[in-house]
Design a binder for this molecule. Structure first.
Ligand code: DGY
Length: 327
């Protein structure tokens, strides 16, 4: 039997996943619901052979400078790895893994839910009832917009973008997308999707725009103030990918000025430091980064992290390595 790796977790995971970690590895759990403070993270860099990290951790140059020789792998609990300096990890010979595939359907579900919640004004309706203000049915109260027959522009047609497109088709939407390159002919036919190589052209024509691209230096403010201004006044924008892709202040400004109809956001440009201008707007549905928060996804993500670490422990190359060619 191979020697158990010393694994340090920086996040609290579901109980069943943590128990499995303890069975398989020499694991130090992080039982606090709050993220591991920076100082403790830098300490962990000096003791862990494998660090189980999350989006809350800044795995940057300073982290890698602090890391001891024993650190072999960063096993990220999540698919996005924009908080990890991958180039530095490669330079140091430290493997980085993530959890692709297992949260695709959950994120697509949440995105579709946000599209409907914003278009059909679910939150305003629910709050009206909760406040005890529902006194009579009215033909003109809280009129939203039908999504059937509308055009959805997906920015980033990877796994999640495609899973969203399948749902949107089922709701009678027409799928358009912008991506570095078109999807295969088979997928394009299945989704009856229209490809736009020019993002500006697509944005100006859509009723709904959904961001499903990964966070990276090349997608930072991809939806800049200039691009956001191209959206039609009745358009809504939904982002369940990464906040930094959208210029949040410009977005809040457009929304306040009623130059777009609504937004559904699960992620923010500065993590939890949300632009105050977004608060209190009835046409902004704001969620706390919960797109993959299902029992199923979080368990599968844990299993994926375990698989990667176990493979390393057994002397093989972990399957979900993030390699610079992918960036
Ligand atoms: C992901 O998996 O990327 C989620 O956004 C959490 O980091």
């Amino acid at each position: 039997m191979s020697k158990k790796l010393k694994v340090v977790m920086t996040v609290k995971l579901p109980d069943g996943v943590e128990t499995r970690f303890r069975e398989l590895f020499n694991t130090t759990l992080w039982l606090n619901k709050n993220p591991m403070p920076r100082e403790a993270l830098l300490d962990a860099a000096q003791t862990a052979e494998v660090l189980v990290s999350s989006i809350n951790d800044r795995i940057d140059e300073a982290f890698f400078e602090a890391a001891g020789e024993q650190l072999k792998m960063i096993a990220n609990f999540g698919v996005g790895h924009d908080h990890i300096d991958i180039a530095k990890a490669v330079e140091k010979g430290i493997i980085v893994t993530n959890t692709p595939g297992v949260l695709t359907e959950d994120t697509a579900e949440m995105t579709m839910g946000l599209i409907i919640a914003v278009s059909r004004r679910f939150i305003e309706g629910a709050e009206t009832v909760q406040r005890g203000e529902f006194s009579a049915w009215s033909p003109t109260f809280l009129m939203g917009r039908r999504i059937y027959g509308k055009r959805l522009g997906i920015v980033g047609m990877g796994r999640i973008g495609q899973a969203l497109a399948r749902r949107a088709r089922a709701f009678g939407m027409q799928v358009h997308y912008h991506n570095r390159k078109p999807v295969s002919a088979r997928i394009s036919e299945e989704l009856e999707a229209t490809y736009w190589d020019d993002l500006d052209q697509m944005l100006a024509r859509m009723d709904v725009v959904s961001i499903n691209a990964p966070g990276s230096p090349s997608t930072f403010h991809l939806l800049s103030a200039e691009r956001l201004a191209l959206l039609q006044p009745h358009a809504i924008l939904v982002n369940t990918a990464r906040g930094q892709i959208v210029d949040e202040e410009a977005l809040a400004h457009l929304l306040k000025a009623n130059r777009i109809a609504g937004v559904g956001l699960d992620v923010y440009e500065r993590a939890t430091a949300i632009s105050p201008e977004l608060f209190g707007l009835p046409n902004a549905v704001l969620l706390p980064h919960m797109a993959s928060s299902t029992v199923e996804a979080r368990t599968d993500m844990g299993d994926r992290v375990i698989l990667n670490i176990k493979t390393l422990q057994d002397g093989h190359r972990p399957p979900d390595r993030v390699i610079p060619a992918m960036l």
